[in-house]
Design a protein around this ligand. Structure first.
Ligand code: PLP
Length: 394
């Protein structure tokens, strides 16, 4: 008999998590591997947040909360959106979930019918297409080329829209690209989405990580129509170095949020109570740690970017946000004699002892992704190892 559902037959584990796990395994067996795979800040969660979480537990706040999250945390998110984006939402338009990832998963479950299409620009975050497929939807990719700074245009989105298109995903600042869409670019995209009447899913998880004076604009800020059709996804993972706490949120249409909350009431009950109290402090407490981490990432980027660019066969666009570099390495792959970027990345791990993520998992088969959310000493050593590896095998 068939043991598994068809739904999971094409499901593959997250490439990012798989490589990170392999690097960790090598490290544990005593091999000196430098991991540049992980998508999380290397700092611990700020002290005030840890204290607030502990205090809440001591006060007995260890029970179920409403499925859509603590009203106080929804209010904190509402205040954050007003403070940072000038956007006004009510509690009915907010749901707290188990990380931005699971909020997105729940969102696709409530907006997609079988065969509905979701436009996903490449290079994309690995989980978008899998989550769309798990909801019965069809991912439709629109190519953001290196020549276009890994961004897509409103015109490309228009061309990809069919009668079945339900939504487009905009992720700015982007993973794995590090690119930031300008206000003008977003205005053009919003206009197409209004004309064609589709949802805009705006994943703003890297909002606080911007460099070189880049500014974050939420597409929801651009017009009343854009606000009504945009579903903002965000959370504390990257901004407050809280990846393990698993708190994210959605802000947008009350009917969508209500359906998501009903689904959560049967699937998760609620996000972990202690984590919600921690997130409450993250949004309501001092924000200086957020800026301290941003500055640290920017300083690493400034130091490491020229060295990465100097590796033969690597073409690197300087990112404006997040904490990833996405060099285009097709020449280096060819000249070192590897068949493709997957084999090149595998050799970097086993021979150069550096873990990077092959772009094939991001719909970008000529690139590799390196995270610079690690110490500058390790970054310098890792880039040196890659450089030596490429030169030796050229
Ligand atoms: N969206 C993007 C683009 C991400 O890179 C990530 C994490 O890697 C997430 C969402 C998920 O974040 P969370 O930890 O809140 O689930």
């Amino acid at each position: 008999t068939k043991r598994l559902a068809a739904r999971v037959s094409t499901l593959s584990p997250s490439t990012t998590l798989a490589i990170t796990a392999k690097a960790k395994e090598m490290k544990e067996s005593g091999i000196d591997v430098i991991g540049l795979g992980a998508g999380e800040p290397d700092y611990n969660t700020p002290e005030n947040i840890l204290e607030a979480a502990y205090a809440s537990m001591k006060e007995g706040k260890t029970k179920y909360t409403p499925s859509g999250g603590l009203p106080a945390l929804k209010d904190a998110v509402i205040q954050k959106l007003e403070r940072d984006q000038g956007l006004v939402y009510s509690r009915k338009e907010i749901m707290i979930g188990i990380g931005a990832k699971h909020v997105l998963y729940t969102l696709f479950q409530v907006i997609l019918d079988p065969g509905d299409e979701v436009i996903i620009p490449t290079p994309y975050w690995v989980s978008y297409p899998e989550q769309v497929k798990l909801a019965g939807g069809v991912p439709v990719h629109v190519e953001g080329t290196a020549a276009a700074q890994f961004k897509v245009t409103a015109e490309q989105i228009r061309e990809a829209i069919t009668a079945k298109t339900k939504a487009v995903i905009i992720n700015s600042p982007g993973n794995p690209t590090g690119m930031v869409y300008s206000k003008e670019e977003l205005q053009q995209i919003a206009a197409v989405c209004q004309e064609k009447d589709i949802w805009i899913i705006s994943d703003e998880i890297y909002e606080k990580l911007l460099y070189g004076g880049a500014k974050h604009v939420s597409i929801a800020q651009l017009s009343e129509d854009a606000k009504l059709r945009t579903l903002i996804i965000n959370g504390v993972s990257k901004s407050h170095s809280m990846t393990g706490w698993r708190i994210g949120y959605i802000a947008g249409d009350a009917e969508v949020v209500s359906a998501m909350t009903d689904l959560a009431s049967h699937s998760t009950s609620n996000p972990t109570t202690t984590s919600q109290y921690a997130a409450l402090e993250a949004y309501n407490g001092p924000q200086d740690a957020v800026e301290m981490m941003r500055q640290a990432f920017e300083s690493r980027l400034e130091q490491i970017y020229p060295k990465l660019s100097a590796i033969p066969g690597f073409k690197v666009i300087k990112p404006q946000g997040a904490f990833y570099l996405l060099p285009e390495v097709s020449e280096a792959v060819a000249k070192t004699g590897y068949a493709n970027v997957d084999e090149f990345a595998a050799a970097l791990l086993t021979e150069a002892k550096v873990a990077v993520i092959p772009g094939s998992g991001f719909g970008s088969p000529d690139t590799i992704r390196l995270s610079y959310a690690t110490s500058i000493e390790l970054l310098e050593e890792a880039v040196q190892r890659i450089h030596t590896f490429v030169e030796k095998n050229w």
